[in-house]
Design a protein around this ligand. Structure first.
Ligand SMILES: [Fe+2]
Ligand SMILES: [Fe+2]
Length: 134
């Protein structure tokens, strides 16, 4: 799997959230590198934990702004966030059972983030911009 690089076309139009997405991409790459270098499971697990924690912080930031601005698609968007967290938790449980975090989890996270930015996050840009959030 190639490293994940930021592209301008991923921009939501909100600088804070673009920066947070860049940080998520960096963490996915860090996880990829740790796995490719066959680092110990502890190291891989630490990076995964950081990624999950930062994902939750990022989701909360988006959801707080939705609440503050009355974003009309907030409910549907929050369901997407919740589903991802549940899926990652399920992977985590599975990983403990299998003692190995699979590359499939990494591919899933990358794919999920890309699709979510493209389909859900980019959709809030115009609305938030109209509320003065740029
Ligand atoms: Fe989102
Ligand atoms: Fe996002």
């Amino acid at each position: 799997m190639a490293l994940f690089t930021w592209k301008d076309e991923y921009s939501t139009g909100v600088v804070q959230f673009d920066n947070e997405h860049k940080r998520l991409i960096a963490l996915i790459n860090e996880l990829h590198t740790a796995m490719m270098e066959s680092r110990s499971q502890d190291v891989v697990q630490d990076v995964l934990k950081k990624l999950v924690q930062y994902t939750q912080i990022h989701f909360k930031h988006e959801e707080d702004v939705f609440a503050r601005t009355g974003y009309p698609d907030a409910a549907q968007h929050k369901i997407q966030h919740k589903k991802l967290v549940e899926q990652v938790m399920a992977f985590n449980t599975g990983r403990e059972k299998n003692a190995c975090l699979s590359i499939d989890v990494l591919k899933f996270l990358k794919q999920w983030l890309l699709e979510h930015i493209e389909k859900n996050d980019k959709a809030y840009g115009g609305f938030l911009n109209s509320k003065g959030i740029v």
